[in-house]
Each structure stands twice: as structure tokens, then as C-alpha cells.
Design a protein around this ligand. Sequence first.
Ligand code: SME
Length: 166
Amino acid sequence: MFTPDTSFSESSEHYYQSLNEQLAALLAGETDFICNAAQFSAFIMQTLNDLNWAGFYFARDNELVLGPYVGKVACTRIPFGRGVCGKAAMTATTQRIANVHEFEGHIACDAASASELVVPLFVGEKLFGVFDIDSPSVDRFSEIDQAGIEALLATFLQATTIQWSI
Ligand code: SME
């Protein structure tokens, strides 16, 4: 059983360093793409407060297709360029949106979502998807959260053998 150590103060650099060590231990010995993506989503939901959705979309033929996640059922396909996820995919930059209701083209999968962080994921130069987290609070994600989650995703990528299709 995994019991997260969340004794550091929430959303600090130390908190994320501690999470990164715990994540590396959790994923050690497992390289499967779907397995690790599912574990990663659950790990984020279990260790960060005030989230209502965390999960992956994978790139397939100019759109993003829903992957492993934790949260309410979500939109299954998002064209590149649409919504916060599509913008992260198209621009290859992390989108940290303080208030999604002010983001033109935001796709509301869960009406409770108020702020969102979407990180594009690459293997070499090739985009293979995005990781998306939503919060019911406006301005939930700080620069420290962004850097911390990007670092956690780097650990996920290091541990995982990425496969797009079978
Ligand atoms: N809000 C996202 C869609 C995905 S869900 O939040 C799970 C967007 O605008 O791309």
C-alpha cells in the first residue's frame, strides 16, 4: 500500500522534492506506459489538495485522445489548438490558467473546474500528449506548482517506456 508522506508544507519546493522521491520509488521497476500513467494520475490526486481532475491526453492524428485519469468522465477527443489542452499541444508550452472562464475556447468537461495547468509531453522532439490538472479554485496553481509538476512528469517520463500505438 502506498501512503504518501505529505508532512512538508503544501506546494513548497521542499514538498515537491519530497513528492519526486516518493514518485520515483512508486514507479521503480515498472516501465509500462498505461500502468505508470494511471499511477501518476492517482499519485497527483492523492498528494495535492484542491483538485477535481488529473490525467493524460495522448496525441493521435492531430488530436488529443483521453488517457488514464482520475476525476469525472471527460471529453474524449480534443483537436490540436482547441481548449487549454489543445493550446498546450499546439504551442508546446505549459498552460497555467488562473481562471478558465476567462480563457477563450476553454472546454468545460467538469463545470466545477476554475483553474487549470496543462503540461505538454515530449519524447525527443515528438509530442506524445499532455498532462492536465484542474482545480475548483481560481488561481490554484503557482509557479512553484508548475515547476514541481513539470519535474514530477520528468520523473514519470524517465521511468516509463512510451508507446503510442500497438
Ligand atoms: N478543460 C480542458 C479539457 C479537458 S478537461 O478539463 C479534463 C481544455 O480546455 O482543454
